[in-house]
Every structure is written in C-alpha cells, then in structure tokens.
Design a protein around this ligand. Structure first.
Ligand code: AMP
Length: 228
C-alpha cells in the first residue's frame, strides 16, 4: 500500500477543527483566541465571503447575489472556497472552521471531499448556551438616538436603566435587536445547527462545551480537550 498516513488508523496529518454555536454563543471570540493559541488559521465562511466580495474576486462575484438576499451560497461554491483555503501553506498544520458546514447536506459534501484526500473533520466543539441566555445577550443592546452611544443591559448598562449617561436621552432598541426578532432568527438557525452536531456525534468527534462560563474558561476547556 502506498497510502501510508491516509488510512483510518493512521495519525491524522493535520488538525481540522470545527466550532459550532448559535449567534451570541461566543463562537467567533473563541475562534480568534484558539487560532492564536494553536497557530491555526481561522476560516470563517461569512468573513471569507465578505472579503471575496470586497476584493471583487471570481468567488466574490459568485457569492454576492446570494449574500445580498441573505441566502446560503451554493454548496459547491462554499466547499470550493474552503478546499482552496485548506490547500494553502498556512493550513499545513490544520485549520479552525467556523460557519461551515452549516447544514447536514454541507457536512456530508465536505466529509466526502475531505475523505477524497484522506482527511476528515477531526474534532467538533459545540459551544452550548441556553436559548434564553442567547436572547438576553443578543437583545440586550440599546442605543442613544442623540449621541449614538451603545449600551448593553448585561455587560455595559447605563447608570439609570433606559437613559443615556451622557445626555439623558431615552435609549432605543434597533428592530433587529428586539427579543422577538432575535428569537425568530435563532429558531431558524438552531435546528440545522443541531443536525450538524448530530451528524458528527455519529462519528464520536463532538465535545460539548458549556458556553455560560467566562470566555477564558471556555477557551481552556477546549484546549484541555485537545490535549487529552
Ligand atoms: P455570516 O457572517 O456567517 O452570517 O454569513 C454571511 C453570509 O455568507 C450568509 O448570509 C451566506 O450568504 C454566506 N454564508 C456563510 N456561511 C455559509 C455557508 N456555510 N454556506 C453557504 N453560505 C454561507
């Protein structure tokens, strides 16, 4: 056999990690910290697409219309983009995937493409935060219509609830940040995300991490798991 290093029992050539978590779970924050700690590139689908659109690359041209409508970019385009990123020297030791795969169909297609080169997603970290906590985090933002100062009910509240510290103006909430709008957004996002977690659970690569812990504790929990 000439495929030494590619068989299922061979050590994985590199670490391909996937971070899963709903909006507000702190996934993006963890991805940045882990990327620094592990020296692996952070490949975030939304950021990569936005960069491609900004740079007006052929990929950006393909993705732009879908993004403008808020639709998912077709799977083959998205997989092509990730395989291209994974083929770069910066990903020689692995990568942290964020935002992709986002559906089971994408997970299956990515698994098949990776398997074609003797690879797979090695570990999946699912950052779990209860829905009510996500809503509180996402819907806690209030803005002063006069001076534009942003407050957060949980992390950066004004001295008097609902009133701007600087000029006494009553604070307003953006439509997108209203609890019912946030709940509706989450209820569309969470079911496909849980299906992706289920999909990878079958191959036993998922670790659930409590996302209500402080940021540093979440990072440590993931790093400890990786070291085991
Ligand atoms: P995000 O920043 O993750 O909200 O992504 C912004 C946009 O990029 C989405 O609305 C989609 O158009 C596109 N996108 C991000 N991730 C994916 C994905 N996994 N599959 C397809 N399209 C995606």
């Amino acid at each position: 056999m000439t495929d030494a290093g590619h068989g299922p029992s061979a050590p994985d050539r590199r670490r391909i990690l996937l971070l899963v978590g709903a909006a507000g779970a702190g996934k993006g924050t963890q991805a940045v910290l882990l990327s620094r700690e592990l020296g692996l590139p952070h490949l975030a689908s939304g950021d990569l697409f936005r960069q491609a659109v900004h740079d007006a690359t052929p990929l950006g041209e393909q993705a732009r219309a879908y993004m403008e409508r808020g639709d998912l970019v077709p799977d083959e385009v998205t997989i092509g983009m990730f395989m291209d990123q994974l083929a770069r020297p910066s990903a020689d030791r692995g990568a942290i995937l964020d935002g992709f795969p986002r559906t089971v169909a994408q997970a299956r297609a990515l698994d098949a493409t990776l398997a074609g080169q003797g690879e797979r997603i090695n570990r999946v970290f699912y950052i779990e935060v209860p829905t009510d906590e996500l809503v509180a985090r996402l819907a806690g933002r209030w803005v002063c219509p006069a001076c534009r100062t942003i407050y957060h009910e949980l992390t950066d509240p004004p001295r008097v609830p609902g009133i701007c510290d600087r000029d006494g103006t009553p604070l307003q909430q953006r439509d997108d940040d209203r609890p019912e709008v946030v709940r509706a957004r989450l209820s569309k996002q969470v079911p496909p995300m849980l299906e992706v977690v289920d999909h990878y659970d079958r191959s036993g690569v998922v670790t659930r991490i409590g996302g209500r812990q402080p940021i540093g504790a979440v990072t440590r929990a993931i790093l400890d798991e990786l070291a085991r």
